[in-house]
Ligand binder design. Structure first.
Ligand SMILES: [Mn+2]
Length: 433
């Protein structure tokens, strides 16, 4: 007997992958955990007759010869599967898009796409299998939910291609909207309202982070959606919801981010959890931690995370062409032409005291003024940035002061210059390794 199963708290990606897998492994039985998300529960309730779904306790595990796990790769995310742990007579296949995990499988299909069901849909397409509009709709919900309608940074071209194929198979967007929207209901609204009462904002390592702690009782579905809304309202680079459930002695941390350099998945793995760069979570025992302690721990992780965020010293240009204050405008003109740049910093014994650019030549009225020192025409500059700051902080400075280049300093001494081009190149992933 072959069975397919997915993670507890099943979302649409989990359910869609479960059903899609039964098409790829035709004799496999879908086994759905008891704990599933509210919107998935609503969908299953309405479509019950279309699937034959079993629960873990209906399975005779002695009969199982193959286990197919979808949308997770950790034993502790599965429900009622412990009997299969360490059984060498059971082959295991994993279809997933998460990093990490502890299930040792005979075959793993994981290209880190935006959703697990994308992998399966592309396989169905390759096998030219026939899909009903209902299945196309379910699979589309899986992709849309996990990629935020193809908008999360984790979205890949394959996800969009799978969406196109599903729309061709008559996936129904109006049905889909009805189920996906239920993610945000009364309960979620009241949690968000509580979060917005006392949000804590902190600046760490060039990022603006927002935190809020709310006590909850029992399972509240779709807290990740709530934290995403919190992130949008706070307009910060990363937002964290810390949810204490005293009744269960647990504390759930959910992080959502939009700065591509701040990897939420990596952060949460440090706390024993997991997830994606844009969305991740972890669970702690609540008796050991208070909200402030959790905020501090996250801040320390972000502060120490030098790998996740590039520093300006990685992307700046150097050595810098600069001129001393005493250099004449005539000499400057020759230098600019020679070096092909539009402006340079002006230094006084190594310290940046201003910038001078081609535009400043307009200030000259007479030929003889070409002999005057650049000091007389430069724009005195107080804008500089420390080498250990992030590209994002440099971008903010450029926007705030409407400048295209910022000297990068260590202890007040210029070691390079970061330009708009440097920052753009970094954001568009063109940074050379
Ligand atoms: Mn997923």
């Amino acid at each position: 007997m072959r069975i397919v199963t997915t993670h507890k708290g099943t979302d649409f990606d989990g359910l869609a992958s479960l059903i899609a897998a039964t098409m790829i492994y035709p004799d496999a039985v879908p086994v759905l955990p008891k704990s599933i998300n509210a919107n998935v529960r609503a969908f299953v309730a309405i479509h019950k007759d279309l699937f034959t779904i079993l629960h873990p306790r209906e399975i005779d595990f002695d009969e199982v010869t193959q286990l197919i796990v979808v949308d997770t790769n950790s034993w502790n995310r599965l429900e009622g599967m412990d009997a299969l742990k360490g059984r060498d007579d059971v082959t295991i296949h994993i279809w997933d898009h998460h990093e990490g995990g502890d299930i040792e499988a005979d075959r793993v299909i994981n290209d880190g796409l935006g959703s697990t069901v994308t992998h399966l849909v592309l396989e169905l397409e390759a096998r030219r299998l026939i899909l009903t509009p209902m299945l196309a709709t379910l699979f589309l919900m899986g992709i849309y939910e996990d990629t935020g309608y193809l908008s999360y940074p984790s979205t890949r071209a394959e996800d969009a291609r799978a969406v196109a194929w599903l729309l061709d198979r008559k996936a129904d967007l109006s049905i889909l909207g009805g189920f996906l929207r239920q993610a945000y209901g009364e309960k979620q609204k009241s949690v968000l309202f509580e979060m917005m009462k006392h949000p804590v904002r902190r600046k760490v390592n060039g990022y603006t982070l927002s935190f809020a702690s709310v006590p909850i009782v029992g399972h509240v579905a779709n807290l990740s959606v709530v934290v995403k809304m919190f992130l949008d309202l706070e307009n910060s680079d990363g937002a964290f919801g810390v949810f204490f459930d005293e009744s269960r002695g647990r504390c759930m941390i959910i992080g959502r981010g939009k700065a591509e350099t701040l990897d939420m998945g990596k952060l949460m793995r440090n706390l024993g959890g997991g997830g994606h760069p844009g969305a991740a979570s972890a669970q702690l025992k609540s008796d050991a931690h208070g909200p402030q302690e959790v905020f501090d721990t996250i801040c320390t992780l972000v502060e120490n995370d030098q790998v996740a965020s590039a520093q300006l010293s990685d992307i700046m240009s150097f050595p810098v062409v600069s001129v001393e204050t005493t250099v004449s405008m005539e000499t400057l003109g020759v230098l600019l032409k020679e070096k092909g740049c539009t402006g340079v910093p002006v230094t006084d014994q190594g310290r940046v005291v201003g910038v001078i650019s081609q535009r400043d030549f307009k200030k000259l009225r007479k030929e003889t003024q070409l002999q005057s020192p650049v000091k007389a025409y430069m724009t005195p500059s107080v804008v500089e940035i420390d080498a250990d700051k992030s590209p994002m902080e440099a971008a903010r400075l450029m926007i705030k002061h409407d400048i295209g280049r910022v000297p990068v300093v260590v202890d007040g001494e210029m070691i390079g210059i970061v330009t708009r081009t440097d920052v753009m190149r970094y954001y568009y992933d063109l940074i050379p390794d």
